[in-house]
Design a protein around this ligand. Sequence first.
Ligand SMILES: [Ca+2]
Ligand SMILES: [Ca+2]
Length: 503
Amino acid sequence: MVKINSILVTLILCLSCTSQPSNEESRNDVWLDPSLNLNSPSQSIVVWFEDQFLENGDSFLKRIKDFDGQKRSEVRDSIIAELKAKSATSLERVQTQLSDLMERGEIDALKKHWIINGFSCEATSSALKEIQDLLGVDKIFLKQPPFVPNGRDRGPEYLQTIPTSRFSTDAVEDYPWNIEMIRAPEVWESYQIIGEGTLNVVHDFGFKLDIPPLAETIYVNEGEIPGNGVDDDNNGYIDDYHGYDFDGGIANLNNPFVRRSTIIHGNACAAMISGTFATNSQQAIGIAPGSKWAPVIGGSNIEQAVEWAIEQGADTYSMSFSQPNLGEYRSHWRKVMEHGTFCGVVFISGAGNFAAGPNAVPVPVQMRNPEDIPNAVLGVAGVGEDGNRPVFSSQGPVEWDTQYYKEGRVNKPDFATLNYQISCVDPEGNLSNMASGNSVAGPHIAGIVSLMLSANPDLFPWEVKEILKKTAEDIGAPGFDYQSGHGFVNAFDAVSEALNWKK
Ligand SMILES: [Ca+2]
Ligand SMILES: [Ca+2]
């Protein structure tokens, strides 16, 4: 049995980052992340301006009420425009000083963001002081780097031709038990809904694109000509035809540091959402086999990855990874996901596998970033075929006591699906490997949400969550519980409710 949880991200905090900025040292009442080292010759930072689309605390829940009766597709463009306008205004005011800092070599790798109003860069200690004096600067976070697993091998950067999908409901001969147990085939057969029209972004560490069940549903950015070394659609990324590696700054998603002998983590997740038939059979392997999927890598550049996903029209954003000890930087991830939700994207992340075994940690840190983010990220735990929760499955609640977000204990996980001994695609595209871990739980919910948004594209992400709450089967302790959240989700009831949801 392959344990997917062994691939999950682990972060090691920099032990030298112990210098604590005092209030006297910060200027303009700019808040400084205590993890920043004021004497570091260079560190990676992200800067927030004051004027953000959402504030802290209940701002998310209050703001969603403004959109009652509206449609996701209509609101999406106006919110993107509002986010971009805020960013353009704030950045314009400091452009001269930023250019000057760059010319003097005090900052490097400047990346302007709109998903939050701010920017990232590598900054010297003297730049850190000057940035605090810039007009409108509010907070400065230390960016925490993700850990990248080791391995080898590389595949093609893009597919020369996209094979025609072999999937049709009539041609299905078989499907694995997990697809049946979440009642996806009933959706395909009863409603002829297979996820068409939806885009599922899979954020992972490496993929192999040229396996049939994934090649047939891979996303194509029509504005980009692949392999010509030119940024044809002028979005800042060269050859981002299927997806992009924002950390590597390259279009090749075939991360060479991913083990290929048994299971490719990104492929396993993507196939669960958008896979068609296994390579050499009529076995249906994906929950939404008519949907598209796009691969991204970008743990160090979550702003760029989410902005790209939104601009390509993403409906879901699946993150089967888990980062501990982010400190205050958690707030930055949360803000990115909150704003992204208002742009119409449903963010989903497995609950993690830290309730038992050598990596066990106590509640409230069993669920980590990003599955610990309230409202904007669906944190998903799971059970096995027998309905029992595997001992590794992380539990809530989580705690929010950062400088910015202060709710205290927050209920998590949000939902449960399947996470134990699930068949996953092998590097040839057949189902052969059994995997256990909440890395497979997230993609189950992403596939179900893809079907829901195919059935009713106007649902807002918070309406999707409401429908999932309404239709989930209560399991475990009665009512909400810290092991299975609001209960076990099934695709048929969720899609039926989505079809009936008044807009
Ligand atoms: Ca491009
Ligand atoms: Ca190109």
